[in-house]
Write a protein that binds this ligand. Sequence first.
Ligand SMILES: [Zn+2]
Length: 494
Amino acid sequence: MRLFLAMLSHETNTFSNVPTDRAQFEARDLRYGGEIVEAYRGTGTCLGGMIAAAERLGATLVPSVAAAASPAGYVTRDIYEHVKQRLLADLQAAGRLDGVLLDLHGAMVPEGVDDGEGDVIAAVRRAVGPTVPIAVTLDFHGNLGEQMITEADLLHGYKTYPHVDMAERGVEAAERLAQVIGRRIRPTAAWRKPPLLPPLGSQNTARGPMRRLYDLADEMEKDPKVVSVSIFAGFPYADIPDTGLGIYVVTDHDQALAERLAGRLARAAWEHRHEFVHEAPGVKDAVAKALAAEGGPIVLADMADNTGGGAAGDGTEILRELLRVGARRAVVACLWDARAVQECMKAGVGARVTLAVGGKVDDRHGAPLEVTGTVRTLSDGRFVHRGPMMTGLPGRLGPTTVLDVDDVKVILISYRWQTLDPEMIRFVGIDPLTEKILVVKSTIHYRAAFEPIAKEIIEVDAPGLSSSNLARFDFRRIRRPIFPLDPDTVYEPE
Ligand SMILES: [Zn+2]
Protein backbone atom coordinates (compact mmCIF):
# COMPACT_ATOMS: atom_id res chain seq x y z
CA MET A 1 0.00 0.00 0.00
CA ARG A 2 1.51 3.32 -1.12
CA LEU A 3 0.24 6.42 0.66
CA PHE A 4 1.07 9.97 -0.34
CA LEU A 5 1.67 12.27 2.65
CA ALA A 6 1.61 16.08 2.83
CA MET A 7 0.88 18.88 5.27
CA LEU A 8 -0.19 22.46 4.65
CA SER A 9 -1.48 24.18 7.74
CA HIS A 10 -2.45 27.75 8.39
CA GLU A 11 -5.20 29.50 10.33
CA THR A 12 -5.79 32.83 8.64
CA ASN A 13 -7.03 35.84 10.57
CA THR A 14 -8.24 38.10 7.77
CA PHE A 15 -8.31 41.07 10.15
CA SER A 16 -4.52 40.85 10.63
CA ASN A 17 -2.19 43.13 8.68
CA VAL A 18 0.71 40.65 9.01
CA PRO A 19 0.95 38.80 5.68
CA THR A 20 1.75 35.11 5.99
CA ASP A 21 4.59 34.95 3.50
CA ARG A 22 7.37 32.50 2.78
CA ALA A 23 9.49 33.81 5.68
CA GLN A 24 6.65 33.04 8.11
CA PHE A 25 6.58 29.43 6.87
CA GLU A 26 10.36 29.15 7.02
CA ALA A 27 10.29 30.38 10.63
CA ARG A 28 7.88 27.60 11.56
CA ASP A 29 8.13 24.70 9.14
CA LEU A 30 8.79 24.21 5.46
CA ARG A 31 10.40 20.90 4.57
CA TYR A 32 10.32 18.32 1.84
CA GLY A 33 10.55 14.58 1.22
CA GLY A 34 11.89 12.01 3.66
CA GLU A 35 12.95 14.66 6.13
CA ILE A 36 9.26 15.08 7.04
CA VAL A 37 9.01 11.53 8.39
CA GLU A 38 12.16 11.96 10.46
CA ALA A 39 10.98 15.28 11.91
CA TYR A 40 7.45 14.21 12.85
CA ARG A 41 7.78 10.54 13.79
CA GLY A 42 6.73 10.07 17.42
CA THR A 43 5.35 13.60 17.88
CA GLY A 44 1.88 14.46 19.16
CA THR A 45 0.77 15.83 15.79
CA CYS A 46 -1.43 14.62 12.93
CA LEU A 47 1.64 13.78 10.87
CA GLY A 48 3.04 11.91 13.86
CA GLY A 49 -0.15 9.84 14.06
CA MET A 50 -0.32 9.24 10.31
CA ILE A 51 3.30 8.08 10.22
CA ALA A 52 2.83 5.74 13.20
CA ALA A 53 -0.31 4.16 11.74
CA ALA A 54 1.14 3.83 8.23
CA GLU A 55 4.23 2.10 9.57
CA ARG A 56 2.09 -0.23 11.67
CA LEU A 57 -0.04 -1.07 8.61
CA GLY A 58 3.09 -1.84 6.61
CA ALA A 59 2.31 0.98 4.17
CA THR A 60 4.96 2.77 2.13
CA LEU A 61 4.80 6.51 2.68
CA VAL A 62 5.52 8.92 -0.14
CA PRO A 63 6.21 12.16 1.76
CA SER A 64 5.97 15.38 -0.25
CA VAL A 65 5.87 18.69 1.60
CA ALA A 66 5.15 19.89 5.14
CA ALA A 67 4.38 23.59 5.44
CA ALA A 68 3.03 25.43 8.47
CA ALA A 69 3.14 29.01 9.71
CA SER A 70 1.88 30.74 12.82
CA PRO A 71 -1.63 32.13 12.35
CA ALA A 72 -1.63 35.64 10.87
CA GLY A 73 -3.08 37.44 7.84
CA TYR A 74 -3.74 36.16 4.31
CA VAL A 75 -1.32 33.53 3.01
CA THR A 76 0.53 35.22 0.17
CA ARG A 77 -0.09 33.97 -3.33
CA ASP A 78 3.53 32.99 -4.02
CA ILE A 79 4.07 30.70 -1.02
CA TYR A 80 0.62 29.16 -1.45
CA GLU A 81 1.27 28.42 -5.13
CA HIS A 82 4.76 27.16 -4.33
CA VAL A 83 3.49 24.58 -1.83
CA LYS A 84 0.54 23.57 -3.99
CA GLN A 85 2.64 23.17 -7.14
CA ARG A 86 5.30 21.21 -5.26
CA LEU A 87 2.62 18.89 -3.93
CA LEU A 88 1.12 18.39 -7.40
CA ALA A 89 4.53 17.79 -8.98
CA ASP A 90 5.30 15.18 -6.30
CA LEU A 91 1.93 13.51 -6.97
CA GLN A 92 2.80 13.38 -10.65
CA ALA A 93 6.18 11.82 -9.92
CA ALA A 94 4.87 9.41 -7.29
CA GLY A 95 3.72 6.70 -9.69
CA ARG A 96 0.95 4.37 -8.56
CA LEU A 97 -0.70 5.45 -5.30
CA ASP A 98 -3.34 3.67 -3.24
CA GLY A 99 -4.37 6.66 -1.17
CA VAL A 100 -3.58 10.23 -0.12
CA LEU A 101 -3.14 11.52 3.43
CA LEU A 102 -3.33 15.28 3.89
CA ASP A 103 -2.83 17.18 7.12
CA LEU A 104 -4.61 20.50 6.53
CA HIS A 105 -6.19 23.12 8.76
CA GLY A 106 -9.57 24.20 7.39
CA ALA A 107 -9.30 27.94 8.04
CA MET A 108 -6.57 28.86 5.58
CA VAL A 109 -7.34 31.83 3.35
CA PRO A 110 -4.74 32.41 0.62
CA GLU A 111 -4.94 35.73 -1.24
CA GLY A 112 -7.81 35.49 -3.71
CA VAL A 113 -9.04 32.05 -2.51
CA ASP A 114 -11.70 31.91 0.22
CA ASP A 115 -11.45 28.18 0.86
CA GLY A 116 -7.77 27.26 0.74
CA GLU A 117 -8.25 23.65 1.81
CA GLY A 118 -11.10 23.09 -0.66
CA ASP A 119 -8.82 24.40 -3.39
CA VAL A 120 -5.93 22.10 -2.38
CA ILE A 121 -8.10 19.00 -2.06
CA ALA A 122 -9.78 19.71 -5.41
CA ALA A 123 -6.36 20.05 -7.09
CA VAL A 124 -5.23 16.75 -5.54
CA ARG A 125 -8.45 15.12 -6.69
CA ARG A 126 -7.88 16.29 -10.26
CA ALA A 127 -4.36 14.89 -10.11
CA VAL A 128 -5.18 11.44 -8.70
CA GLY A 129 -8.54 10.94 -10.39
CA PRO A 130 -11.85 9.83 -8.88
CA THR A 131 -10.84 6.41 -7.56
CA VAL A 132 -7.84 7.10 -5.30
CA PRO A 133 -9.23 7.88 -1.84
CA ILE A 134 -8.18 11.05 -0.02
CA ALA A 135 -8.29 11.30 3.80
CA VAL A 136 -7.72 14.66 5.48
CA THR A 137 -7.20 15.76 9.06
CA LEU A 138 -8.54 19.22 9.85
CA ASP A 139 -8.21 21.49 12.84
CA PHE A 140 -11.13 21.88 15.24
CA HIS A 141 -11.17 25.51 14.02
CA GLY A 142 -11.71 24.63 10.37
CA ASN A 143 -14.45 26.58 8.63
CA LEU A 144 -16.06 23.66 6.85
CA GLY A 145 -16.74 24.31 3.15
CA GLU A 146 -18.55 22.32 0.49
CA GLN A 147 -15.49 21.77 -1.69
CA MET A 148 -13.60 20.05 1.14
CA ILE A 149 -16.49 17.67 1.65
CA THR A 150 -17.18 16.81 -1.97
CA GLU A 151 -13.54 16.43 -3.08
CA ALA A 152 -12.24 14.36 -0.11
CA ASP A 153 -13.43 10.90 0.89
CA LEU A 154 -12.84 11.43 4.60
CA LEU A 155 -12.36 14.48 6.82
CA HIS A 156 -11.24 13.99 10.41
CA GLY A 157 -11.54 17.09 12.61
CA TYR A 158 -9.81 17.27 15.99
CA LYS A 159 -12.32 16.62 18.74
CA THR A 160 -10.61 18.64 21.46
CA TYR A 161 -9.80 22.26 22.27
CA PRO A 162 -7.09 22.45 23.70
CA HIS A 163 -6.04 20.22 20.80
CA VAL A 164 -4.65 17.16 22.56
CA ASP A 165 -5.91 14.55 20.08
CA MET A 166 -4.01 15.50 16.95
CA ALA A 167 -1.95 12.29 16.85
CA GLU A 168 -5.09 10.23 17.49
CA ARG A 169 -6.82 11.90 14.53
CA GLY A 170 -3.80 11.24 12.33
CA VAL A 171 -3.94 7.54 13.27
CA GLU A 172 -7.68 7.47 12.63
CA ALA A 173 -7.35 9.10 9.20
CA ALA A 174 -4.68 6.59 8.12
CA GLU A 175 -6.58 3.56 9.45
CA ARG A 176 -9.87 4.63 7.90
CA LEU A 177 -8.12 5.34 4.62
CA ALA A 178 -6.71 1.80 4.67
CA GLN A 179 -10.25 0.48 5.20
CA VAL A 180 -11.48 2.43 2.19
CA ILE A 181 -8.59 1.14 0.09
CA GLY A 182 -9.40 -2.43 1.20
CA ARG A 183 -13.08 -1.81 0.30
CA ARG A 184 -14.14 -2.57 3.84
CA ILE A 185 -16.03 0.73 4.22
CA ARG A 186 -17.74 3.12 1.80
CA PRO A 187 -17.72 6.61 3.33
CA THR A 188 -20.98 8.50 2.97
CA ALA A 189 -21.10 12.01 4.41
CA ALA A 190 -23.72 14.50 5.56
CA TRP A 191 -23.04 18.00 6.81
CA ARG A 192 -24.76 21.00 8.36
CA LYS A 193 -23.81 24.62 8.83
CA PRO A 194 -26.19 26.21 11.33
CA PRO A 195 -25.85 30.04 11.35
CA LEU A 196 -23.65 30.06 14.45
CA LEU A 197 -20.38 31.91 15.07
CA PRO A 198 -18.87 30.70 18.35
CA PRO A 199 -16.04 32.93 19.62
CA LEU A 200 -12.88 31.08 20.62
CA GLY A 201 -13.45 31.71 24.32
CA SER A 202 -16.56 29.53 24.47
CA GLN A 203 -15.20 26.63 22.43
CA ASN A 204 -13.46 24.75 25.24
CA THR A 205 -14.29 21.06 24.93
CA ALA A 206 -13.70 20.32 28.62
CA ARG A 207 -17.05 21.86 29.51
CA GLY A 208 -19.88 23.94 28.08
CA PRO A 209 -21.68 23.75 24.73
CA MET A 210 -18.90 22.05 22.75
CA ARG A 211 -18.59 19.35 25.42
CA ARG A 212 -22.29 18.65 25.12
CA LEU A 213 -22.03 18.30 21.34
CA TYR A 214 -19.04 16.00 21.57
CA ASP A 215 -20.74 13.85 24.21
CA LEU A 216 -23.52 13.33 21.67
CA ALA A 217 -20.98 12.62 18.94
CA ASP A 218 -19.17 10.08 21.14
CA GLU A 219 -22.46 8.22 21.60
CA MET A 220 -23.09 8.28 17.83
CA GLU A 221 -19.65 6.87 17.09
CA LYS A 222 -20.44 3.74 19.11
CA ASP A 223 -22.68 2.65 16.21
CA PRO A 224 -20.51 0.47 13.90
CA LYS A 225 -22.27 2.05 10.92
CA VAL A 226 -20.82 5.43 11.93
CA VAL A 227 -17.30 6.00 10.62
CA SER A 228 -16.66 9.36 12.30
CA VAL A 229 -18.27 12.55 13.53
CA SER A 230 -16.51 15.91 13.44
CA ILE A 231 -17.87 19.11 14.90
CA PHE A 232 -15.86 22.10 13.78
CA ALA A 233 -16.30 25.06 16.10
CA GLY A 234 -14.92 27.23 13.30
CA PHE A 235 -12.49 30.11 13.27
CA PRO A 236 -14.49 33.32 13.65
CA TYR A 237 -11.75 35.75 12.56
CA ALA A 238 -11.69 34.63 8.94
CA ASP A 239 -14.17 37.01 7.35
CA ILE A 240 -15.37 34.69 4.57
CA PRO A 241 -18.82 33.27 3.78
CA ASP A 242 -18.12 29.74 5.17
CA THR A 243 -17.03 30.88 8.62
CA GLY A 244 -18.75 29.39 11.66
CA LEU A 245 -19.74 26.09 13.20
CA GLY A 246 -19.74 23.04 10.93
CA ILE A 247 -21.02 19.51 11.49
CA TYR A 248 -19.80 16.55 9.43
CA VAL A 249 -20.92 12.95 9.85
CA VAL A 250 -19.59 9.98 7.88
CA THR A 251 -21.31 6.61 7.86
CA ASP A 252 -20.52 3.37 6.08
CA HIS A 253 -22.77 3.72 3.04
CA ASP A 254 -25.87 4.93 4.91
CA GLN A 255 -26.85 8.41 3.73
CA ALA A 256 -30.11 8.49 5.68
CA LEU A 257 -28.30 7.73 8.95
CA ALA A 258 -25.64 10.38 8.24
CA GLU A 259 -28.32 12.98 7.53
CA ARG A 260 -30.27 12.09 10.65
CA LEU A 261 -27.26 12.36 12.95
CA ALA A 262 -25.98 15.58 11.37
CA GLY A 263 -29.45 17.10 11.79
CA ARG A 264 -29.56 16.05 15.42
CA LEU A 265 -26.23 17.69 16.16
CA ALA A 266 -27.23 20.89 14.35
CA ARG A 267 -30.39 21.03 16.41
CA ALA A 268 -28.48 20.54 19.67
CA ALA A 269 -25.98 23.26 18.75
CA TRP A 270 -28.75 25.68 17.88
CA GLU A 271 -30.84 25.00 20.98
CA HIS A 272 -27.89 25.93 23.20
CA ARG A 273 -26.60 28.81 21.05
CA HIS A 274 -26.80 31.34 23.90
CA GLU A 275 -24.10 29.42 25.78
CA PHE A 276 -21.65 30.40 23.04
CA VAL A 277 -21.79 34.08 24.02
CA HIS A 278 -18.59 34.81 25.94
CA GLU A 279 -18.09 37.41 28.66
CA ALA A 280 -14.96 38.35 30.63
CA PRO A 281 -13.84 41.27 32.82
CA GLY A 282 -11.86 44.15 31.30
CA VAL A 283 -8.14 44.72 31.96
CA LYS A 284 -8.42 46.85 35.12
CA ASP A 285 -10.94 44.58 36.81
CA ALA A 286 -9.06 41.42 35.89
CA VAL A 287 -5.72 42.71 37.21
CA ALA A 288 -7.35 43.92 40.43
CA LYS A 289 -8.91 40.50 40.87
CA ALA A 290 -5.55 38.79 40.36
CA LEU A 291 -3.85 41.06 42.92
CA ALA A 292 -6.58 40.40 45.47
CA ALA A 293 -6.48 36.63 44.99
CA GLU A 294 -4.89 34.40 47.64
CA GLY A 295 -1.74 32.51 46.69
CA GLY A 296 -0.59 31.78 43.18
CA PRO A 297 0.14 31.42 40.44
CA ILE A 298 -2.88 33.31 39.14
CA VAL A 299 -3.13 33.03 35.37
CA LEU A 300 -4.37 36.12 33.56
CA ALA A 301 -5.43 34.80 30.17
CA ASP A 302 -4.82 37.41 27.50
CA MET A 303 -7.32 35.65 25.27
CA ALA A 304 -7.53 38.37 22.65
CA ASP A 305 -3.79 38.53 21.95
CA ASN A 306 -3.34 34.90 21.01
CA THR A 307 -0.88 34.48 18.15
CA GLY A 308 -2.45 31.04 17.71
CA GLY A 309 -5.57 32.91 16.62
CA GLY A 310 -3.71 35.35 14.40
CA ALA A 311 -3.40 38.18 16.92
CA ALA A 312 -0.17 40.16 16.99
CA GLY A 313 1.22 38.76 20.23
CA ASP A 314 2.57 42.17 21.13
CA GLY A 315 -0.40 43.51 23.11
CA THR A 316 0.57 45.86 25.92
CA GLU A 317 -2.61 46.65 27.85
CA ILE A 318 -2.25 44.07 30.63
CA LEU A 319 1.46 44.82 31.10
CA ARG A 320 0.66 48.54 31.23
CA GLU A 321 -1.87 47.95 34.00
CA LEU A 322 0.45 45.62 35.97
CA LEU A 323 3.13 48.32 35.99
CA ARG A 324 0.62 51.05 36.81
CA VAL A 325 -0.56 49.25 39.94
CA GLY A 326 2.95 48.08 40.89
CA ALA A 327 2.25 44.34 40.64
CA ARG A 328 4.90 42.11 42.25
CA ARG A 329 6.19 38.72 41.04
CA ALA A 330 4.46 38.84 37.69
CA VAL A 331 5.50 37.34 34.35
CA VAL A 332 4.32 38.32 30.88
CA ALA A 333 4.62 35.28 28.60
CA CYS A 334 5.37 36.12 25.92
CA LEU A 335 5.53 39.39 24.01
CA TRP A 336 6.51 39.33 20.33
CA ASP A 337 8.94 42.14 19.65
CA ALA A 338 12.05 41.16 17.69
CA ARG A 339 13.27 44.76 17.62
CA ALA A 340 13.18 45.06 21.41
CA VAL A 341 15.02 41.72 21.69
CA GLN A 342 17.77 43.09 19.44
CA GLU A 343 18.13 46.19 21.63
CA CYS A 344 18.40 44.04 24.76
CA MET A 345 20.96 41.76 23.10
CA LYS A 346 23.05 44.74 22.10
CA ALA A 347 22.96 46.03 25.68
CA GLY A 348 23.82 42.60 27.16
CA VAL A 349 22.84 40.71 30.30
CA GLY A 350 22.68 42.90 33.39
CA ALA A 351 22.39 46.13 31.38
CA ARG A 352 19.81 48.76 32.18
CA VAL A 353 17.75 49.73 29.13
CA THR A 354 14.91 52.09 28.31
CA LEU A 355 12.89 51.07 25.27
CA ALA A 356 9.40 50.79 23.80
CA VAL A 357 7.99 47.25 23.88
CA GLY A 358 5.02 45.84 21.96
CA GLY A 359 2.11 47.59 20.29
CA LYS A 360 4.05 47.92 17.06
CA VAL A 361 2.12 45.64 14.71
CA ASP A 362 -1.15 47.56 14.46
CA ASP A 363 -3.48 49.70 16.53
CA ARG A 364 -5.58 46.75 17.71
CA HIS A 365 -3.38 45.55 20.60
CA GLY A 366 -2.59 48.69 22.61
CA ALA A 367 0.11 51.31 22.00
CA PRO A 368 3.87 50.67 22.39
CA LEU A 369 4.83 50.88 26.05
CA GLU A 370 8.00 52.63 27.15
CA VAL A 371 9.70 50.75 29.97
CA THR A 372 13.02 50.87 31.82
CA GLY A 373 14.36 47.54 32.96
CA THR A 374 17.28 45.19 33.39
CA VAL A 375 18.17 42.49 30.89
CA ARG A 376 17.95 39.30 32.95
CA THR A 377 18.74 36.59 30.36
CA LEU A 378 19.33 36.04 26.65
CA SER A 379 18.50 32.81 24.82
CA ASP A 380 18.28 31.32 21.33
CA GLY A 381 14.60 30.56 21.98
CA ARG A 382 14.83 26.80 21.49
CA PHE A 383 12.76 24.58 23.75
CA VAL A 384 10.85 21.31 23.56
CA HIS A 385 7.10 21.12 24.22
CA ARG A 386 6.41 19.02 27.28
CA GLY A 387 2.71 18.74 26.52
CA PRO A 388 -0.02 17.67 26.79
CA MET A 389 -0.13 19.57 23.46
CA MET A 390 2.52 18.89 20.81
CA THR A 391 4.48 16.78 23.26
CA GLY A 392 8.05 16.29 22.13
CA LEU A 393 7.87 18.81 19.29
CA PRO A 394 10.78 21.28 19.29
CA GLY A 395 9.72 24.93 19.64
CA ARG A 396 11.54 27.95 18.23
CA LEU A 397 10.92 31.41 19.62
CA GLY A 398 13.98 32.92 17.96
CA PRO A 399 16.30 35.22 19.92
CA THR A 400 14.62 35.63 23.30
CA THR A 401 15.26 37.83 26.30
CA VAL A 402 13.78 38.37 29.73
CA LEU A 403 13.50 42.00 30.73
CA ASP A 404 12.90 42.79 34.42
CA VAL A 405 10.73 45.87 34.72
CA ASP A 406 10.30 46.59 38.41
CA ASP A 407 9.03 43.20 39.59
CA VAL A 408 7.46 42.20 36.27
CA LYS A 409 9.43 39.80 34.07
CA VAL A 410 8.68 40.37 30.41
CA ILE A 411 9.65 37.50 28.10
CA LEU A 412 10.37 39.05 24.71
CA ILE A 413 10.46 36.68 21.72
CA SER A 414 11.38 37.03 18.03
CA TYR A 415 9.10 34.37 16.48
CA ARG A 416 5.39 34.42 17.20
CA TRP A 417 4.16 31.44 19.18
CA GLN A 418 1.20 30.98 21.50
CA THR A 419 1.91 30.46 25.21
CA LEU A 420 0.47 26.97 25.36
CA ASP A 421 3.21 25.31 27.41
CA PRO A 422 4.72 26.44 30.77
CA GLU A 423 8.01 25.27 29.26
CA MET A 424 8.01 28.63 27.45
CA ILE A 425 8.47 30.21 30.88
CA ARG A 426 10.75 27.57 32.41
CA PHE A 427 13.29 27.45 29.60
CA VAL A 428 14.38 31.04 30.30
CA GLY A 429 15.04 30.17 33.94
CA ILE A 430 11.75 31.29 35.52
CA ASP A 431 9.83 28.87 37.72
CA PRO A 432 6.15 29.58 37.02
CA LEU A 433 5.14 27.98 40.33
CA THR A 434 6.90 30.62 42.43
CA GLU A 435 5.29 33.58 40.63
CA LYS A 436 2.14 35.37 41.73
CA ILE A 437 0.78 36.34 38.31
CA LEU A 438 1.32 34.69 34.93
CA VAL A 439 0.04 36.64 31.93
CA VAL A 440 -0.47 34.02 29.25
CA LYS A 441 -1.21 35.02 25.67
CA SER A 442 -3.57 32.23 24.71
CA THR A 443 -7.32 31.75 24.46
CA ILE A 444 -7.91 28.11 25.42
CA HIS A 445 -4.82 26.01 24.57
CA TYR A 446 -2.96 27.13 27.71
CA ARG A 447 -5.55 25.34 29.81
CA ALA A 448 -4.20 21.86 29.01
CA ALA A 449 -0.91 22.58 30.78
CA PHE A 450 -1.69 25.58 33.00
CA GLU A 451 -4.93 24.43 34.65
CA PRO A 452 -3.05 21.79 36.70
CA ILE A 453 -0.55 24.36 38.02
CA ALA A 454 -2.72 27.50 38.33
CA LYS A 455 -4.31 28.49 41.62
CA GLU A 456 -6.87 30.41 39.64
CA ILE A 457 -7.49 31.40 36.04
CA ILE A 458 -8.91 34.82 35.15
CA GLU A 459 -9.95 35.43 31.55
CA VAL A 460 -9.40 39.01 30.36
CA ASP A 461 -11.33 41.00 27.75
CA ALA A 462 -8.34 43.01 26.52
CA PRO A 463 -8.14 44.36 22.96
CA GLY A 464 -6.80 42.07 20.24
CA LEU A 465 -7.53 40.18 17.06
CA SER A 466 -8.52 36.95 18.78
CA SER A 467 -11.04 38.61 21.06
CA SER A 468 -14.06 36.60 22.07
CA ASN A 469 -16.00 39.84 22.15
CA LEU A 470 -17.17 39.63 18.54
CA ALA A 471 -18.61 43.15 18.65
CA ARG A 472 -15.00 44.37 18.37
CA PHE A 473 -14.85 43.21 14.71
CA ASP A 474 -16.15 44.76 11.53
CA PHE A 475 -17.37 41.72 9.59
CA ARG A 476 -18.11 42.36 5.92
CA ARG A 477 -18.16 39.07 4.06
CA ILE A 478 -19.44 36.50 6.51
CA ARG A 479 -22.90 35.10 5.68
CA ARG A 480 -25.66 36.92 7.53
CA PRO A 481 -27.72 36.59 9.56
CA ILE A 482 -25.52 34.66 11.97
CA PHE A 483 -25.78 34.29 15.75
CA PRO A 484 -24.62 36.06 17.94
CA LEU A 485 -23.82 38.96 15.55
CA ASP A 486 -27.51 38.93 14.67
CA PRO A 487 -29.28 37.96 17.90
CA ASP A 488 -32.64 37.37 16.18
CA THR A 489 -31.32 34.89 13.63
CA VAL A 490 -33.89 32.25 12.76
CA TYR A 491 -32.85 28.68 11.95
CA GLU A 492 -35.00 25.62 11.65
CA PRO A 493 -32.89 22.48 11.53
CA GLU A 494 -34.73 19.66 9.81
ZN1 LIG B 1 -7.21 25.15 16.27
